[in-house]
Design a protein around this ligand. Structure first.
Ligand code: FMN
Length: 436
């Protein structure tokens, strides 16, 4: 664990995690959605700060769990609109030379061959700076949108395993010397050295040669994974190079890391690097940061928070009394998330009401927050990093792009001075930079 690794989280949407952040006078992302320049500038800022990558989360369809429809996400712009992250990844990769971009691409609604082609094209064009966050798609709306049935939790990972089998076979299909690319003889590829993949499985069929040139980074893009259930961990141990995780506080981060290390050891692997999600709210002083946080909190409509809370709990939260303790709400969907919200912001186990959980959900979607001056944020990151044993952080800025610039200009120099992050990029691919 030589250095703290930093990735910065986004949605290709008006917000990342804070409902109504788009309405803050400080925020430029809604206007930025119609501008290549906005994303290019963000990419250059992150590269100036030595970030390993920008990461795009993606849930392609507006959530319809709350009040059985998409009205609330549409009304308040809660991850609606949600544009495709793949083109914006291309824009950011084109504006930089070292920054990686991790994109989320769901196995729902995307045939493996076409997903492989889109990912490999971008990986090749960027000189090996692409990461893929493999998600199974857990939202009802996403399945309704593409006309597929939502399969059971563990079976989703069986489908994902088979999906990966096809992608891996295509990535591994090139033998040495497969690509003479010889202008003199006019021979570009040697078909005897490029395997034709023939897959007939339970969920997919594919018969093809790779339509794209091989990955410049170790045979395939960097594979990220974010599932934390037992079956999710099993999938990660089999396929992932890095893990994205959201845990509500330090104690939970450490426990999660220990659980994952044990799963990796059981699967015969070295520990996999975990990047913990954190939201930061920065100010030139602590008072300023707290003022900014309060302005954001006051803007979160209860309805938007309740709609955010509905998805992980798997219930329509409009049916709940906002003043009842969250603990009393029965949920079959994500007990982990409910337990995390009950303890949000502390590890003291203080009981929160549905209203408090909803506002907190509207503010951070369960991410722990670090709030303060650049020095205080650097201190918090160092503490979390040293004590959790995590590989680094998947950071989310409450407003954009200003807070990101402030982080790069004022927090990164402190982290560099302390020797916590590397002074400059040492590799040219995302895989190399993440390993350094
Ligand atoms: C940091 C983080 C980012 C995630 N990003 C996405 C995403 O962009 N799209 C998505 O559909 N699911 C996303 N997920 C959800 C996971 O991929 C997974 O479906 C969910 O955690 C449930 O899996 P589990 O039951 O194995 O934990 C994310 C989860 C975490 C912790």
């Amino acid at each position: 664990m030589a250095h703290m690794h930093l990735v910065h989280m986004f949605f290709h949407s008006p917000i990342t995690h804070t409902a109504l952040s788009w309405a803050s006078p400080e925020d430029g992302q809604l206007a930025g959605m119609g501008s290549f320049g906005y994303w290019q500038d963000l990419a250059r800022t992150l590269e100036r700060g030595g970030f390993d990558a920008a990461f795009f989360a993606d849930t392609p369809a507006a959530s319809d769990q709350y009040k059985d429809g998409p009205e609330t996400p549409i009304t308040y712009g809660v991850v609606w609109p949600t544009h495709d992250p793949m083109p914006v990844a291309a824009v950011m990769l084109a504006a930089t030379t070292h920054l990686g971009v991790g994109v989320t691409l769901s196995i729902t609604g995307n045939p493996p061959f076409l997903a492989y082609r889109r990912l490999s094209t971008l990986d090749y064009m960027s000189g090996g700076r692409l990461g893929w966050n493999v998600v199974t798609g857990h939202m009802r709306a996403e399945h309704r949108a593409v006309g597929q049935d939502l399969v059971g939790h563990d079976e989703r990972y069986d489908v994902a395993d088979e999906f990966m089998e096809i992608c891996n076979a295509l990535w591994d299909s090139f033998a040495p010397g497969a690509l003479p690319m010889d202008k003199e003889s006019g021979i570009l590829g040697d078909p005897s050295r490029i395997a034709r993949v023939k897959h007939v499985g339970k969920y997919f069929r594919c018969e093809a040669v790779s339509p794209t040139l091989p990955s410049p980074q170790g045979g395939r893009p960097v594979i990220f994974q974010a599932g934390s259930s037992g079956r999710g961990m099993e999938f990660a141990v089999k396929h992932a190079d890095g893990i994205f995780a959201i845990q509500p506080h330090l104690k939970a981060m450490r426990a999660f890391r220990e659980r994952f290390d044990a799963a990796a050891a059981a699967g015969g692997r070295e520990p996999i690097g975990i990047l913990f999600g954190l939201q930061y709210v920065i100010g030139s002083t602590e008072e300023e940061a707290r003022r900014r946080l309060e302005a954001l909190r006051e803007r979160v409509p209860l309805d938007a928070g309740l709609s955010r809370l509905s998805a992980p709990l798997g219930i329509d939260c409009s049916t709940l009394d906002p003043d009842q303790p969250l603990e009393e709400v029965p949920t079959e969907a994500s007990r982990g998330m409910a337990a995390a919200l009950v303890q949000i912001g502390s590890d003291t186990g203080r009981k929160v009401t549905v209203r408090e959980a909803a506002i907190q959900m509207g503010l951070t979607v369960g991410l722990p927050q670090v709030v303060g001056s650049p020095e205080q944020i650097a201190d918090a990151l160092e503490h979390y990093w040293r004590e959790s044993g995590g590989y680094g952080f998947n950071l989310s800025a409450a407003t954009k792009p200003g807070m990101i610039e402030e982080f790069v200009d004022h927090v990164v120099p402190i982290l560099r001075k302390r020797g916590l992050v590397r002074p400059e990029y040492t590799g040219s691919t995302l895989r190399e930079n993440l390993a350094a």
